[in-house]
Design a protein around this ligand. Structure first.
Ligand code: AMP
Ligand code: TRP
Length: 327
């Protein structure tokens, strides 16, 4: 029986933080044994906001290294760069013709990212979810493992797939989102906003590049809730976030953590949490440093070849159904 497909991606834009790791990458690893997995580095999404070309190139290579260092096995999964496969852009254009302004104007991420600068935001930033839909639909994807900020985009993808199928004939699989426990890691400096690459303060996030000393300092400075009890509860959003990180780094259940720290201060709990995160992240950093740029180029070239074969076939069908071209 043919295996079902999973597709996901991250933008190569500098800092990779533990929100990206626990929210997305970590669940990709478990999926690669049971699914035909495609993990993409979405550079065309990255340029929806200005990028320095030389930095972008290096960030693409580094993102591939993080995927591999975290445990994505290039023998099992297809790792590739979005712009290596022009079909993503072509399908995005075709999907643009069925995406409605009304669909797009509902997208909250555009509102968040453009903020007060809506008039100066690029058209591409507005159109970003359609390109994401193209990424997913091009490969007959069944499952899209992402953090919860992407759920709305996968919903749009489902709408576009259904609309296309109805208008032109059954072509696309209607995919579904897969959310993890770490689907929404909150900022360490503000448990009401998600941890983000674009945060103003470095105390918002723990980057995968942070060394042990920095991790200790950041966890120590992380905001906590009033009171002193260590419990997992919606009334204590900061602790809930820290306990989630502890659970994700060690696999220890919330009940067990609550019992273990019943008599402890926030200080003791935070010291242990920092060490747990260090134990989890340092081996990933060591693997990252051991991978050469050459190895990554080879892996990405092989990945692109596999993705291209599938994408080209799909696009032939799509063009024919739309009546595009002349042969
Ligand atoms: P981005 O950094 O926007 O390219 O996001 C890459 C992946 O990480 C997506 O699947 C996001 O949903 C996920 N992600 C980003 N920030 C967080 C967060 N704070 N908590 C959980 N997942 C996140
Ligand atoms: N938009 C996603 C993000 O910012 C990245 C992304 C692009 C993606 N294309 C995708 C994720 C396809 C899953 C599937 O996080």
């Amino acid at each position: 029986m043919e295996r079902k497909r999973v597709f996901s991606g991250i933008q190569p834009t500098g800092t990779v933080h533990i929100g990206n790791y626990f929210g997305a990458i970590k669940q990709w690893i478990a999926l690669q044994d049971d699914y035909d997995a495609l993990y993409c580095i979405v550079d065309l999404h990255a340029i929806t906001v200005p990028q320095k070309p030389s930095a972008l190139r290096q960030n693409i290579i580094n993102m591939a290294k993080w995927y591999i260092a975290a445990g994505i096995d290039p023998q099992k999964s297809t790792i590739f760069v979005q712009s290596d496969i022009p079909a993503h852009s072509e399908l995005a254009w075709i999907l643009n013709t069925i995406a409605r302004m009304g669909d797009m104007e509902k997208m909250t991420q555009f509102k968040d990212k453009s903020g007060d600068g809506r008039e100066r935001a690029s058209v591409a930033l507005f159109d970003y979810p359609v390109l994401m839909a193209a990424d997913i639909l091009l490969y007959d994807t069944h499952i899209v493992p992402v953090g919860d900020d992407q759920v709305q985009h996968v919903e749009l993808t489902r709408t576009l797939a259904r609309r296309y199928n109805k208008r032109f004939g059954e072509t696309f699989i209607v995919p579904r989102t897969l959310l993890s426990h770490g689907a929404r890691i909150m900022g360490l400096d503000n448990p009401h906003k998600k941890m983000s690459k674009s945060a103003v303060s470095v105390y918002n996030y723990i980057a995968l590049t942070d060394n042990a000393e920095t991790i200790r300092k950041k966890i120590k400075k992380a905001v906590t809730d009033s009171g002193s009890e260590i419990v997992y509860s919606d009334d204590k959003p900061a602790l809930k976030n820290l306990l989630t990180l502890y659970h994700l780094a060690t696999g220890t259940s919330f009940a067990e953590l609550e019992a273990r720290y019943a008599q402890s201060s926030y200080g003791e709990f935070k010291r242990d949490l920092a060490e747990a995160l260090i134990d989890h992240i340092v081996p990933i950093q060591e693997r990252f440093s051991a991978i050469s740029d050459e190895e990554v180029h080879d892996i990405l070239t092989r990945g692109a070849a596999r993705a291209r074969a599938y994408a080209n076939e799909k696009m032939r069908a799509v063009r024919a159904l739309c009546g595009l071209g002349h042969v």
